[in-house]
Write a protein that binds this ligand. Sequence first.
Ligand SMILES: [Fe+2]
Length: 439
Amino acid sequence: MGKENDGDSASPAFKLVGFRNFVRHNPKSDRFRVKKFHHVEFWCMDATNVARRFSWGLGMPIFAKSDLSTGNIVHASYAIRSGDLTFLFTAPYSPSISGDSAAPKASASIPTFDLAACRAFSASHGLAVRSIAVEVEDAEVAFHTSVAHGAKPSASPVILKGRAVISEVKLYGDVVLRYVSYKDDVESLEFLPGFESTTDEISSFPLDYGIRRLDHAVGNVPELGLAVSYVKAFTGFHEFAEFTSEDIGTSESGLNSVVLGNNDEMVLLPINEPVHGTKRKSQIQTYLEHNEGAGVQHLALMSEDIFNTLREMRKRSGIGGFEFMPSPPPTYYDNLKKRAADVLTDDQIKQCQELGILVDRDDQGTLLQIFTKPLGDRPTIFIEIIQRVGCMLKDEEGKTYQKGGCGGFGKGNFSELFKSIEEYEKTLESKRISETTAA
Ligand SMILES: [Fe+2]
């Protein structure tokens, strides 16, 4: 692709080439070893309530805590999990309890937590993601390597009870990329040192709707070129995919997007920017206004059985869970039969229609996807539930695994939805005309 990154934000060498011209190539250029997504942390003002809402809505039991009951007088943190996906919710306690001196601060299980920053963050962004955490081989090396290649530091490496290390660099807006690494013998560790297991408390009420891991975490930024150049420069991540407003076939989408991936393409970080001058305001611009700047737009959660996950989640939409965006018109599913009959059975297409699931394909596989409505008060962060079909490979030990990003990210659905809505509106029009004529 001939795109170089010198980390110079004043003259980014990054340039969009568009979906058609984009040549997928994995240079395996990571600057340090990134193993996988570790967790996603939300900052909020009351972690108990937010954690329980997400737990119920997504079928992810609370499995670890660090709060007053465990001796933490700085912040309340609750971790929920389903398969390899972990969300962490953190809220501050009163400074009159935690104070500013070093001694009480020592009780914080996340020592990078900053009370004033958390309060300012919540006031500015509402409910939002503070950190995307990746497990790396060595969080100290990752931090110093990143900073040496232009990353803005957020928190220097801290060793947690001699068993794990965390460090943070700025990603975009007020979001940080958190590095987590473990020392040896962590078999007994549920999450991070300082957290206590709550599994006994929840064993009587197991929750599991089939969500298994984080597939991708998407950010919205005002300027894509600057953000992509910055992140590429310090992580060494490569461009896994990109698309522009023109590629999508409808200017209504109002966005340009680049997906960055690590060496094994299991840590995928798409970044969007708004495109201006379209009939409707770009949804990315709306996000940036409501979020007061850049931030995490959506988290794509991979399900092992999207039909089951959707049935469970939809049951709870009206009783404390998450609601979904309106389903596409029937014309979308008429067209889907032509587009995906070789991959999905008639029954599966019927279930997609019943549950409002969208389907897209790329040159390698098929993507089933659906989006929730915004998770909180503001039209900002939402969740995508996905299942990928195809691209099964074997590793060196002969174990089968699915290639990251198989089936793409739903680019084709922009134009498919647009087309099916147009077709559907035409059917309504002709119905109206025939009714008028009949009258
Ligand atoms: Fe997505």
